[in-house]
Design a protein around this ligand. Structure first.
Ligand code: CTP
Length: 413
């Protein structure tokens, strides 16, 4: 494992966690020369398997430490290999590719490769001459023929000073491949599917912006996290996902088609253009209710600006339009961010907008809702309310999708 590639592996673990996975790390002896197992143990929260014979590094996690180091046998390791849902090797060295291709099993990773029936992804990284060597290319071809997904090294500057094609692919690219594989790729991959397989989900997220002049806008405090979490969870559970995103500081989620928009009108156009394909629509965006009636063409000056009035006009209610134009069977979930009488306002919104469900958040409480990692609220339908206590937005996204599936079941019976 080359130094830079090792850092990328650390980032890969983090990105996988962000995508809602729970990665466990296996390290070879070569990898340990660049990063300590404790680094991976600390970020993954799990023991790192470093040998066939149970000498792995602890984690500081009470649950894992309780098992003790001594009791872990190679048999248990093989069980770990068999319960994993995907094996990704990043970086994969020329040596490891050769071992995989020829069925050698002289360390934990090569043994795991033989023992697992899960899909395997390799992301090779090595000197460019090694990568291009017929011996390596033949091994890669053998692995491909066996169904192993190979993420080609990207080109660029290598640590050994040569410029070429041996550099480990970017972590985000590797995560994309993992999500595609686990969620059931649309291109006939080795996907295992999930309970959203067959659904096409549109999610809106972020806070729209309405211009005042060329440099100023009216916006809101939405971070986009809740909508992004719903998009990531739906993709991981097997849906095809289109995310229409107003500005956020968030990275594009893997495996999700993202369309960036700014104003309410942009968002409306983007949503309507895709509505016909959708089986589920989740409108988590904080959409401006007003826009400035006439936007100043030049930057407004301070001079004489003691009291300026902006004339505002109402914007179109995208959610209402979606409900009016959806195909039969398309489920529509709205959000209601409220600062008072959350439940009553939420229920009124449910009826007024004609949606199948409203997720109500009380955004007046500190630490939940807007611009925070956590959320709490209720999932309202015509049949009642399901309470969501304070939890991470990632977890709430899963709970919202669970409720959407229940609505789907109810509609079917
Ligand atoms: N919404 C929308 N288009 C708008 C305003 C809101 O699609 N122009 C959607 C939001 O994405 C959210 C839901 O409607 O899913 C409720 O948004 P909210 O701002 O809470 O409600 P409003 O309809 O604006 O009602 P009010 O401001 O009176 O609370």
């Amino acid at each position: 494992m080359r130094g830079i590639a090792a850092y990328k592996s650390v980032e890969l673990v983090r990105l996988l966690q962000d995508a809602g996975y729970d990665p466990h790390v296996v390290m070879t002896a070569a990898a340990e020369k660049f990063v300590t197992p404790l680094t991976f143990a600390a970020i993954s929260g799990h023991k790192v398997i470093t040998s066939l014979w149970g000498e792995e590094a602890g984690t500081g996690s009470a649950e894992d430490d309780a098992e003790g180091d001594d009791g872990v046998s190679s048999i248990e390791h093989i069980q770990a290999a068999q319960s994993t849902s995907l094996l990704v090797v990043a970086p994969a060295t020329a040596n490891m590719l050769a071992k995989f291709a020829h069925g050698l099993a002289d360390d934990f990773l090569s043994t795991m490769y033989l023992a697992t029936t899960a899909p395997v992804i390799v992301a090779p990284a090595m000197n460019v001459n090694m990568w291009e060597h017929p011996a390596v290319q033949t091994n890669v071809a053998t692995l491909r023929a066996r169904g192993v997904k190979v993420i080609e090294p990207g080109s660029g500057y290598l640590a050994c000073g040569m410029v070429g094609g041996g550099r480990l692919a970017e972590p985000a690219t590797i995560v994309d491949a993992i999500v595609e594989t686990l969620a059931g790729g649309t291109e006939g991959g080795v996907g295992q599917g999930g309970d959203f397989t067959g659904e096409t989900v549109l999610v809106t997220a972020g806070g729209t912006r309405e211009a005042i002049d060329p440099v100023r806008f009216i916006g809101n405090r939405s971070s986009g996290r809740m909508g992004y979490a719903v998009a990531v969870a739906a993709r991981r559970r097997g849906a095809k996902v289109v995310l229409i995103s107003a500005p956020t500081g968030l990275p594009c989620p893997a495996g999700v088609e993202v369309e960036q928009v700014v104003t309410v009108e942009d968002m409306r156009a983007a949503v309507m253009a895709r509505l016909n394909e959708m089986t589920v629509v989740v409108m988590a965006a904080a959409v401006s209710d007003y826009r400035v009636k006439s936007v100043a063409e030049q930057k407004m000056k301070r001079e004489g600006a003691q009291a300026v009035s902006l004339e505002l006009a109402g914007t179109v209610d995208i959610l209402r339009e979606v409900v009016g134009r959806r195909r039969d069977g398309t489920l529509v979930v709205g959000f209601a961010a409220e600062t008072e009488n959350a439940m009553a306002n939420g229920r009124a919104k449910l009826e007024r907008k004609g949606v199948d469900a409203v997720v109500v958040n009380d955004v007046s409480e500190d630490g939940i809702g807007f611009d925070s990692e956590q959320n709490a609220g209720s999932f309202l339908t015509k049949d009642g309310a399901v309470e969501f206590p304070v939890m991470s937005k990632t977890e709430m996204a899963e709970r919202i999708l669970d409720e959407v599936l229940k609505l789907r079941d109810r509609a079917a019976h």
